[in-house]
Design a binder for this molecule. Structure first.
Ligand SMILES: *Cc1c(COP(=O)(O)O)cnc(C)c1O
Length: 335
């Protein structure tokens, strides 16, 4: 099903699937497990490593010398793209939107930005509110005009090629559930540019699994988010020769935990960071995984996830941005 697609080995796979006994006890709700896609390697890990295995293979097949992509200032996708390009001996150019308006020194120069620079990527910034797809297209066209062989990667690596990374992740998870002998009711994770959720759904349904997937939004309102996931899931299903595999009703997102906006921490996301760090020693990030975790925590407290259920929290990574968010944490409390 996936075999005909070119793929490079960039991620450390399979990532571990582990129980979270202390978090489960603290919340007194469902049994919570964690799928450690924060441990995919490729410059501190995260979900983009799986997508890049397929995207960078396509780039190489096309003979590209440079990859260009876009994202927010603290984009994990940009960081892992820069890492993949370095590893493959390609150039990487990043167009980064200053979406939060944060002017903190650490936000502008630490975290993912620091790592982008270390991997040798070139960076240009954009003010918030532009059409970043168009900004990417303009730069790519300008490079092609001067004769460069450019491979353009959409924000988040989310197209049917990138989503194949999560089709295969679904197969990996299903075989781990089987090996552990566990029945899983729902997989919960952060959803943004939609490739992760779209790929997961396609992989699960292609394998005949009815496991539910709940994306916790970090940006767009619910309907917009669900439509984006649905559209990409349909295109991905078609790509693997299974058109019509995904029903609109399969796609569920909860976008109640965004707060003031993309990349802006909430009290609840900060609480989630503390709770995960101090129960099962898991590091979350304010932009994605902690928003998803704050949803998981709140929905458990509200009784939507209950005792007797088994939930897998798909950790999509992101902790590389923590050092850009020192303003959110009371680091001075340590005398
Ligand atoms: C990109 C990203 C996501 C969202 O994944 P999408 O495929 O863009 O929906 C979630 N968590 C982290 C840490 C990310 O970097």
């Amino acid at each position: 099903m996936i075999d005909p697609f070119p793929r490079l080995s960039l991620a450390h796979l399979p990532t571990p699937l582990e129980p979270m006994p202390r978090l489960s006890a603290a919340l007194d709700g469902p049994e919570i497990w964690i799928k450690r896609d924060d441990c995919t390697g490729l410059s501190t890990g995260g979900n983009k490593a799986r997508k890049l295995e397929f995207l960078m293979a396509e780039a190489q097949a096309q003979g590209a010398e440079i990859v260009v992509t876009q994202g927010a200032t603290q984009s994990n996708h940009a960081r892992q793209t820069a890492a993949a390009a370095a590893k493959l001996g390609m150039e990487c150019h990043l167009i980064l939107e200053d979406r939060t308006g944060y002017n903190y020194e650490n936000y502008r120069f630490n975290g993912n930005i620091l790592i982008d620079v270390l991997h040798g990527a070139t960076i240009e910034h954009r003010p918030p509110g532009l059409d970043m797809r168009q900004e990417l297209d303009l730069i790519v066209e300008a490079m092609r005009d001067v004769g460069r062989n450019v491979y353009s990667i959409p924000g988040g690596g989310s197209n049917p090629t990138g989503a194949l990374g999560y089709v295969t992740a679904a197969f990996e998870m299903l075989s781990q559930f089987e090996a552990q002998g566990i029945a899983v009711d729902c997989i919960v994770h952060a959803t943004g540019s939609a490739g992760t959720q779209a790929g997961l759904l396609v992989g699960l349904r292609a394998a005949g699994s009815p496991i539910k997937v709940l994306g916790i939004g970090v940006n767009a309102p619910r309907n917009h988010q669900e439509e984006a996931v649905y559209r990409l899931a349909c295109a991905t299903a078609e790509r693997i020769g299974k058109p019509g595999l995904i029903a609109r009703a399969d796609v569920a997102a909860n976008c109640d935990y965004v707060g003031l906006g993309y990349g802006m921490a909430t009290d609840e996301s900060n609480e989630a960071i503390d709770l995960f760090a101090q129960t099962d020693a898991i590091l979350l990030d304010p932009v994605y995984s902690a928003k998803a975790a704050s949803g998981l925590i709140d929905l458990t407290r509200k009784g939507q996830f209950r005792n007797g259920e088994r939930i897998v929290f798909l950790h999509t990574g992101g902790a590389a941005s923590l050092s850009a968010y020192t303003h959110e944490f009371d680091t001075m409390a340590v005398a």
